[in-house]
Design a protein around this ligand. Structure first.
Ligand SMILES: Nc1nc2c(c(=O)[nH]1)N[C@H]1C(S)=C(S)[C@@H](COP(=O)(O)O)O[C@H]1N2
Ligand SMILES: [Mo]
Length: 412
């Protein structure tokens, strides 16, 4: 089937408009001599490792990981950045809520990296599909897969670098990671819808489509799936201890170890990094603004009735640890300022800059008896890195909002 490329028609002989030329094949357009093209003919993929059953089996697990990661990510996002109308509706219970959902978010995100690599490897022969496009429908389908793959790779890449606190890009992490999550979710739903017949046909080893592929699951496919499962298990076991403290001893690859840090608790932003030193602390006062504003020195604050709470710090980056805190209830401090019931508050840190110098707290948190302006951690005065002289600690709250070095509370 050798046919010479059609001769170049050359410039039109007359000024009359020329009807559009019929579409020419890619081969003729590239004018590649046929023997060369034969030499780069796509490789042949025969094994079961690249068939529809393998793609479906890995895709099922990947889909589950992505679904949990997406939903827990939404929870994390809206707890941190609630739309104004929702701020007062955010629940301060269960106490361990954010610790669980953010631990799952990072664990499923890490598992998704492994599963995504296996899935891409299982389907990469389709890159050599010939002809690459069979029509408009096929082109749209391939475009949606390209969008899905690009967004998914970028999503796990930004997430992974975030948990090691490395931001080698000029764009904002939060906005990009959040927007891409919707792109991934949308293009994944589309992908599942388009592939639904194939997924159904290969859902399990005994599905009709799979039985046509091979009489039974061959050892090669089973080893691949077992290997992928073992890799996910290894990644999870060596990282999940950063949040799930019973496995802390196995936490070899997690960027943080829950026990490493002053007073047995990790630190994300140190006092030095936040520019909080002895000079800024010298005239420290707690100022409370509301209908009846007041200000307290540290001895005066320490003399107020104390409350204790066992609450975790749960960082968005995935590490978390429970600790014993003691301090003054935020609701008592607000009541003393004449705050009306159901008021929220704004918290300001002594820190000179930084995204978390000022944070806001909705009604449920402000009223919760476990929400403290903490003065002590584990029975000792707070260390400077943990927010001395006073910090916020509240239940079911992202770590970034547990403001350290607090100097001002404002009733909203
Ligand atoms: N003022 C201020 N408070 C802050 C931060 C900050 O950058 N500035 N970082 C937060 C983050 S991201 C976390 S996870 C917790 C960690 O608290 P720890 O350092 O006491 O463990 O503090 C939070 N409080
Ligand atoms: Mo954090």
């Amino acid at each position: 089937m050798t046919s010479d490329p059609p001769p170049d028609p050359g410039p039109p002989a007359s000024p009359r408009p020329v009807p559009p030329a019929p579409p020419r094949s890619l081969r003729s357009r590239l004018r590649v001599p046929v023997p060369v093209l034969a030499a780069v003919r796509p490789p042949v993929f025969a094994g079961r490792l690249h068939d529809a059953r393998t793609a479906t089996a890995v895709g099922r697990w990947l889909g589950a990981a992505v679904a949990v990661c997406f939903l827990t990510g939404l929870i994390s996002h809206y707890l941190q950045h609630p739309p104004p109308w929702a701020a007062d509706a955010l629940p301060s219970r269960p106490v361990w809520g954010y610790r669980l959902t953010q631990g799952l978010h990072v664990a499923t995100g890490l598992a998704a990296i492994v599963l995504l690599l296996v899935k891409l490897w299982a389907v990469y022969p389709r890159l050599f599909l010939w002809p690459p496009l069979r029509g408009v429908r096929h082109a749209l389908e391939r475009l949606s897969v390209a969008v899905l793959v690009a967004a998914a790779v970028m999503e796990v890449f930004t997430g992974l670098l975030n948990i090691v606190q490395w931001y080698p890009w000029p764009f904002g992490f939060i906005q990009t990671h959040f927007a891409l999550a919707w792109v991934v979710a949308g293009s994944l739903l589309l992908h599942v819808a388009v592939k639904a017949p194939e997924i159904r046909a290969h859902w399990s080893r005994s599905s009709p489509g799979t039985r046509q592929l091979a009489p039974e699951d061959g050892p090669d496919r089973r080893s691949l799936l077992l290997g992928a499962g073992a890799a996910v298990g290894a990644v999870t076991a060596t990282t999940v201890g950063q949040a799930f403290t019973p496995l802390a001893a196995l936490d070899l690859l997690g960027p943080r170890h829950p026990g490493h840090g002053p007073q047995g608790l990790p630190v994300n932003r140190t006092a030095a990094a936040a520019g909080v030193g002895p000079e800024r602390l010298r005239d420290w006062r707690l100022e409370v603004r509301g209908p009846l504003p007041y200000s307290l020195t540290l001895p005066q604050l320490r003399a107020l009735p104390r409350a204790g709470a066992r609450l975790p710090i749960a960082c968005v980056e995935g590490w978390s640890k429970e600790a014993r805190w003691s301090g003054v209830r935020v609701r008592d401090l607000l009541a003393r300022a004449g705050a009306p019931p159901g008021a929220g508050l704004r918290v300001t840190s002594l820190e000179t800059g930084g995204a978390y110098r000022v944070t806001e707290m909705g009604r449920d948190y402000a009223e919760d008896p476990l929400t403290l302006l903490a003065l002590e951690l584990g029975g000792q005065e707070l260390s400077l890195d943990h927010g001395y002289p006073a910090r916020i600690i509240a239940p079911n709250r992202p770590g970034v909002l547990q403001t350290k070095w607090v100097t001002l509370l404002e009733v909203l």
